[in-house]
Design a protein around this ligand. Structure first.
Ligand SMILES: Nc1ncnc2c1ncn2[C@@H]1O[C@H](COP(=O)(O)OP(=O)(O)OP(=O)(O)O)[C@@H](O)[C@H]1O
Ligand SMILES: [Mg+2]
Length: 284
């Protein structure tokens, strides 16, 4: 573990409270306790960055990870497959019905849809077997896109970890009903305070920015790190001081970006003052 994980990596601004919660997860599993934590928040707010931070500070643990993929949301057990495949060598120690259920999920055994309860129990047993050797940290990003079969199994497992060195960290977009993960401990990843946004901006821009430009970038990004980075990038790309509106991006970032269009014609930043001559060079 890093000497002072609460200080965080140089690249991660703010988030002291959430980092403390992640340290708690890491320390709990190191001492044989289970923990489950769901990070929720709007696109670009920093959920994945926080998961990466958890992996960094939890490097003593065995880390297994998966991510929901929108195009695979209809494929039963696709997410679970990604998460569990590297641990399958421990399946031999499972009771035969659980082992068979797991095999069926992975297309290695009997055909037909496996029994959901047995799959849930099998994954629980698998995690416990792996945890006997070393604390296990399971990290699932973009959980909003997990296929429902995987989400159901992980929700089942998350509620039954009890005393075992197993951590389950999930990140999901939005604040609507969490479905299979409802009722689990969760933290809302809020917008960055202005001071952290300023620090983040300073860390991605190599040259001193005109104060007015800096203020506008910080204000327009509304505390969303992705929006801030994208806005700075858009400014950097324009060698005449105009920032063309990016064509795509997560909804919130895009809506923050779209505000540029209100300041000038055809989605470009107005041609004024230091913005005209700005050739911003980013550390990206
Ligand atoms: N606290 C932070 N300090 C510095 N940079 C950050 C911070 N949070 C996020 N970022 C940066 O902002 C960008 C977006 O963050 P991230 O990908 O983690 O968002 P997200 O919430 O996972 O978004 P999505 O819902 O689209 O997956 C990344 O480049 C990330 O490194
Ligand atoms: Mg993400």
């Amino acid at each position: 573990m890093a000497a002072n994980p609460a200080a965080g990596p140089a690249s991660l601004r703010g988030r002291a409270e959430i980092r403390e919660a992640l340290i708690d997860v890491v320390e709990a599993i190191r001492s044989g306790e289970s923990r489950v934590l769901v990070l929720r928040g709007e696109p670009g707010i920093g959920k994945s960055a926080l998961l990466e931070h958890a992996i960094e500070i939890g490097s003593e643990a065995r880390v297994e990870r998966a991510a929901g993929v929108e195009s695979e949301a209809e494929l039963p057990f696709a997410g679970l497959h990604d998460l569990c495949a590297p641990m399958l060598d421990h399946a031999e120690r499972l009771p035969p019905p659980q082992r068979d259920a797991l095999r069926a999920v992975f297309g290695l055994g009997v055909n037909g849809r496996p029994n959901g309860l047995f799959v849930g129990l099998a994954v629980l047993s698998l995690f416990r077997e792996v945890g006997r050797e070393r604390p296990l940290l399971c990290v699932v990003d973009d959980a909003q896109w997990l296929d429902s079969a995987s989400a159901q199994v992980l929700g089942f497992v998350a509620r039954r970890l009890e005393r075992a060195p197993i951590g389950l960290l999930l990140a999901a977009r939005g604040s609507a009903e969490l479905g299979e993960f409802a009722g689990l401990e969760e933290i809302e990843v809020d917008r960055l305070p202005e001071s952290d946004s300023r620090e983040l901006l300073a860390s991605v821009v190599r040259v001193p920015l005109d104060e007015g430009v800096r203020d506008r970038l910080v204000a327009e990004s509304c505390g969303n790190p992705l929006a801030l980075v994208e806005l700075a990038r858009a400014m950097a790309r324009s060698d005449d001081g105009h920032a063309p509106l990016p064509a795509a991006g997560p909804t919130t970032a895009r809506s923050a970006l779209s505000k540029w269009s209100r300041h000038g014609q055809d989605g470009r930043v107005p041609d004024r003052g230091s913005e005209r001559s700005m050739a911003v060079i980013l550390r990206l």
